[in-house]
Design a protein around this ligand. Structure first.
Ligand code: MSP
Length: 622
């Protein structure tokens, strides 16, 4: 069915003068006003997010607005605002875990971070799902939105702002934004006829559909719709968008997604409808309460309305002054068009700065199909985290899936990876070393780690790997950053095996001193691992730090500088050795499955039923 667009008289006026007078040469020239665009004038409003649910404290719940970041630069990053048609699944958790790791890394660099997440609560899809559950939409949204917050708590997500699109302050900002775009002549009224995917909340082009007009993402038929709507004049922004993308190739990442966006734009941009006549559950269009604002024209504004503070004025100008533009929008590839085409054009129309980067990651798949609520092939994140704990879940997905590409989940693979990397390479090395230190040195370091490492090549190796981790965190290559940290662990294990300090202790004489130094060296390696791994597996890192004799407060004030060699000092007393990571025990004979203890933050034994044995644990030498 061909899409048909008829401009009505109502807004014909806005089309007579469709191009506004603002220059479009560079995205940096789109400013709301000088007063508003400066993020350096932002009140220092970011509270450092702490690192474990046990000490879970963020800007949002800290009760004060004093920032304690000292880097001067503010890093604002966002996850998508999740639809509340159903509780979260592992696919939705994936973006948020990645965002949290990036936020934690940026905080380690000393930056003020505003990490925004939230829920997208309006529209047909949500209203239908509320009705199907026998709830009124508001009640339904409260329940599902809360289930997202609960999951974020379980996964140690330290967000700073959680925005709900049903929040009145958000509604006020959407209306103000709409009014600006309208005043700029970019909104007009027209009839529209086309094929609509309710799950995408989007009219589709016939040529992108599968057989029987099925949506390629949701594999369900699109429905024919005819509506009288308000439209946004996207086509007017074709040239400016082309210019932005050619001038700033980092605007869309990874680079293969940039090419995708460029080819969409090149094939021609069509105006899109930004209101719905048949959907009641939404924000009314200003001056026309028979229509509600299209979910995307509503939800994208959440990235700005989230910035508002309770004690500040709830308007666009104030919100923008508190941190816009965002440094990074992290999204899945299915919503790239909305973020890299629609959103920048909307912002230009409203005279606001554009975000600095949009990163589109891949999908978590099951049997090769996108895992999703609409397809019903999801992986239950609550179950996964209850069974294996937050560190294992976070580490597995960030290590296993190259950020940007798709990745498949299998329990076998999950168990193999976390046992080999976290339990064996990292946990077991710490445990063996602390055991030896207790037995031979009363759990006390005999010398400063700097002195111990003089002339030892391991120190240089660790420094190079720390640098590899840093550059990869910075470029959002999270899997390679994990790999670098694991390589530090491998280097530590090789050192331990080569030096065999347990034999040196037995030899006596000068060898005892050498063995005691070796333990200091390995524990310094463990300390550096804890810092470098803290963005990915914060609780595990805290447990390592605690075993090295540090307090929670000391852990919470670490920075990336603490990856430098030399923090451990002679005389420091280590804590009692306890396994820092629960190895997943297999019990295939009786098919028994033992779930994680209620306090999943504590390392305990985890037994699960699996088909295959993972790599065996190295035997502790202590
Ligand atoms: N509400 C919109 C976003 C509005 S942002 C202003 C939306 N919500 S969603 O709940 O459907 O999806 C949210 C995010 O989860 C998207 O980035 C999407 O790509 C991601 N994922 C949903 N399923 C996924 C996988 N199976 N794998 C990885 N991420 C996936 O879109």
């Amino acid at each position: 069915m061909a899409s048909r667009l008829n401009t009505s008289l109502h807004n014909a006026l806005s089309l007579i003068n469709p191009f506004n007078t603002k220059p479009f040469s560079s995205r940096n020239t789109f400013r709301f006003s000088k007063k508003l665009s400066s993020s350096s004038s932002q009140s220092s409003s970011c509270k450092r997010a702490l690192y474990c649910t046990s000490t879970f404290k963020t800007h949002e719940n800290s009760g004060d607005g004093d920032g304690d970041g000292d880097g001067g630069e503010t890093f604002v990053l966002t996850t998508p605002l999740y639809y509340v048609n159903a509780p979260p699944h592992m696919g939705s958790a994936y973006t948020t875990i990645a965002a949290d790791s990036i936020a934690r890394f940026q905080r380690l660099l000393g930056k003020k971070v505003i990490f925004i997440t939230g829920t997208d609560e309006h529209g047909e899809k949500i209203a239908t799902s509320a009705a199907a559950n026998g709830r009124n939409p508001a009640k339904h949204c409260d329940l599902i939105s809360q289930s997202y917050r609960n999951l974020w708590k379980e996964l140690d997500i330290g967000y700073d702002k959680f925005i709900r699109t049903t929040d009145p302050k958000h509604e006020a900002i959407v209306k103000e934004f709409y009014a600006r775009v309208f005043a700029n002549g970019d909104i007009y009224r027209a009839d529209y006829e086309g094929l609509y995917c309710v799950n995408c909340e989007e009219y589709k082009d016939e040529k992108e559909l599968l057989e029987n007009n099925c949506c390629p993402v949701h594999q369900m038929p699109c429905v024919a719709r005819k509506e009288d709507n308000y439209f946004f004049a996207l086509s007017k922004y074709q040239k400016p968008l082309e210019e932005i993308l050619s001038q700033d190739s980092r605007f869309v990442q990874p680079s293969y997604r940039l090419h995708e966006v460029q080819s969409w734009i090149k094939s021609g941009l069509r105006d899109f409808s930004i209101s719905r006549a048949l959907v009641e559950w939404g924000i009314p269009v200003p001056d026309d309460d028979k229509q509600t604002i299209y979910v995307w024209f509503d939800a994208l504004l959440g990235y700005i309305s989230a910035l508002t503070e309770e004690n500040e004025q709830q308007n666009l100008e104030t919100a923008v002054s508190l941190g816009w533009p965002a440094s990074l929008h992290l999204i899945g590839k299915d919503i790239l068009r909305f973020h890299a085409v629609y959103w920048p054009a909307m912002l230009m129309s409203a005279g606001l700065n554009l975000p600095k980067m949009v990163f589109g990651h891949g999908f978590l798949t099951k049997d090769g199909m996108k895992m999703g609520k609409s397809l019903g092939n999801t992986l239950e994140p609550f179950e996964l985290v209850q069974k294996f704990g937050p560190d294992a879940v976070r580490y597995f997905f960030l290590r296993e899936v190259e950020f940007g590409n798709d990745g498949d989940y299998s329990e076998d693979r999950f168990i193999k990876i976390v046992n080999a990397h976290l339990a064996n390479t990292i946990g077991n090395l710490l445990n063996r070393t602390l055991g030896l230190l207790k037995k031979n040195c009363e759990s006390t370091l005999v010398v400063d780690s700097t002195n111990a490492a003089e002339g030892i090549p391991l120190k240089d190796t660790v420094e190079k790997l720390v640098e590899k981790a840093r550059t990869n965190y910075e470029s959002l290559s999270l899997s390679t950053a994990c790999e670098a940290v694991l390589e530090i662990g491998n280097a530590g294990n090789s050192y331990m095996d080569q030096r065999a300090p347990w034999l040196l202790f037995k030899q006596g004489g000068d060898s005892v001193e050498a063995a005691a130094k070796d333990l200091v060296i390995i524990l310094e390696v463990m300390r550096i691992i804890a810092v470098a791994l803290s963005p990915i597996a914060p609780c595990l890192s805290l447990r390592i730090y605690s075993q090295l004799g540090y307090s929670v407060d000391q852990f919470n004030s670490i920075t990336w500088n603490d990856t430098k060699w030399g923090e451990l000092k002679g005389g420091q007393v280590m804590a009692q050795a306890n396994p820092v990571f629960a190895r997943i025990e297999l019990n295939p004979e009786n098919g028994e499955e033992e779930k994680k203890p209620k306090d999943s933050k504590k390392a305990g034994k985890v037994k699960v039923k699996v088909e295959q044995q993972p790599q065996t644990q190295t035997v502790a030498e202590a």
